[in-house]
Design a protein around this ligand. Structure first.
Ligand SMILES: Cc1cc2nc3c(=O)[nH]c(=O)nc-3n(C[C@H](O)[C@H](O)[C@H](O)COP(=O)(O)OP(=O)(O)OC[C@H]3O[C@@H](n4cnc5c(N)ncnc54)[C@H](O)[C@@H]3O)c2cc1C
Length: 424
């Protein structure tokens, strides 16, 4: 373990040092050489694989490389503290009374030790030089890479909110956000959520199950309307309404104004919503800025082929930030499949990513959902079951083949059977 100076260099007012964990046999000098970009010119001629990002994508790739006995040195750089955690747990943690610290599976030092990698925390990569295989750090210094993997994730979409309470609205996309959310909830009981999609509905469920009053606002005709059909969305809506949730669908919020007792917004439909806290959950957008300002091709994500190779040689993208073969899939399963293929590619066995049908589980525990969205809109739904207990919906395409499905409530137990019905 060594200490790195604080951002701004040694002359800066020290606000504490950052830890870098080194695997056995490494010397302090080696990390200094990394930081000056001279590693490859010194005794060790092997340039490292560098991964940017300590989310599920970055760490799962490190794990795959370790499992394959990778002999190339690995460095992971992260703007975050480097704690390993399972992000989907953020939207189910309140009801389980879990703090941000409870969600941490291992800290950066332990991850570096276990996965035989050097981990630079609280360090942002600000520039890439694809021609010279270099990157620049915000704390100063450059690193040279052999292969670079961008696993920089996604960020919540920010709504252009107006009103003096707009700046107090929060969204939860990482451990730090969750810690702040939990702190605010010590005094906030009435929570308004802007965004009735997957993440907004999961947080609404968690808040209800932890005893809060919840209002959900958004233009969608029914909850989670981009992923599930009306019958399934209404089953979720009904189950949460029975626990006290108030849904304002088909409408937009107005300006967010502070009041003597909290926050108020008047909706487009004329309804007045009073709350102690407003959360926005209107989706995430892939982090593409670093890539695009460094000349890499970007679209809805950092554009890659099926080998996860970007438009620049020896630079790959993985996880929420990547648009793989035209698809940006911000879920766990695609990044796990991607990290296995990419580890093989990086170790000399070029391997394409192939996604099987990947159903999405929606953690609205009051009425859970599993869905496989169809890739086409041409077709029709056939439903079976009761909205109060659970429904099964099958989507048949224009050739009458099963192309998607939704299972809700107690019918989610039928996932394995319905997967077998999919055409091979
Ligand atoms: C509340 C919630 C619930 C979810 N539930 C589910 C679920 O049930 N099932 C499911 O499949 N998916 C779910 N998801 C989505 C899933 O969690 C994500 O797809 C996955 O965690 C993304 O991992 P990632 O590593 O690509 O990105 P991230 O976790 O966003 O990690 C990105 C990392 O990059 C770092 N970084 C960014 N820019 C830089 C830079 N310039 N320099 C250095 N570091 C940088 C960040 O600090 C961070 O460490 C959920 C997401 C949320 C928010």
């Amino acid at each position: 373990m060594i200490l790195l100076p604080p951002k701004g260099g040694l002359g800066a007012q020290p606000q504490g040092f950052d830890f870098v964990s080194l695997p056995e046999g490494h010397h302090v000098q080696q990390i200094r050489e990394y930081l000056t970009g001279s590693f490859h010119r010194g005794r060790n001629t092997m340039k490292p694989i560098i991964i940017v990002g300590s989310g599920l994508a970055g760490y799962s790739l490190l794990r795959e490389l370790k499992n394959r006995q990778c002999q190339v040195p690995r460095v992971l750089i992260t703007a975050a503290g480097g704690d390993s955690y399972y992000k989907p747990n953020l939207s189910t943690a309140l009801a389980q009374k879990k703090s941000a610290a409870d969600l941490v599976l291992a800290d950066a030092a332990a991850m570096g030790q276990t996965l035989s990698a050097e981990i630079l925390t609280h360090t942002r990569v600000v520039e890439l030089d694809p021609i010279h295989h270099r990157l620049t750090l915000d704390r100063g210094g450059e690193l040279v890479y052999d292969k670079l993997i961008l696993a920089v994730g996604s960020a919540p979409i920010r709504l252009p909110l107006t009103g003096d309470g707009a700046e107090d609205c929060l969204s939860v996309n990482n451990l730090e956000d969750y810690a702040l959310f939990q702190e605010k909830l010590t005094t906030a009981h009435r929570v308004a959520i802007i965004g009735p999609g997957l993440i907004g509905s999961e947080f609404a469920n968690d808040l209800l199950q932890s005893g809060r009053e919840v209002v959900i606002i958004g233009p969608d005709p029914w909850p989670i309307s981009s992923l599930i059909p009306q019958a399934a969305g209404q089953a979720v809506q009904q189950a949460m309404a029975e626990k006290g949730a108030v849904w304002h669908l088909g409408t937009f919020n107005g300006a967010i104004e502070k009041t003597a007792t909290g926050i108020r917004t008047v909706l487009q439909n004329g309804a007045k919503v009073e709350a102690d806290l407003i959360m926005t959950a209107v989706g995430v957008r892939a982090e593409t800025q670093l890539a695009s300002r460094s000349g890499l091709k970007t679209n809805r994500g950092i554009v890659t082929d099926l080998f996860l190779q970007t438009s620049a040689p020896d630079i790959y993208a993985l996880g929420d930030c990547a648009e793989v073969g035209g698809k940006n899939l911000p879920f766990v399963q695609p990044l796990m499949i991607g990290s296995r293929a990419l580890a093989s590619t990086l170790l000399g066995q070029p391997t394409e990513v192939h996604y099987p049908p990947m159903p999405v589980a929606i953690k609205t525990h009051l009425h859970p959902v599993i869905t496989l969205p169809a890739q086409t809109k041409e077709g029709h739904w056939v439903f079976d079951g009761q909205p109060t207990t659970g429904i099964v919906g099958r989507f048949f395409d224009s050739d009458a083949r099963l192309a998607g499905f939704v299972l809700t409530g107690n019918r989610t137990s039928e996932k394995a059977e319905i997967m077998k019905e999919l055409p091979q």
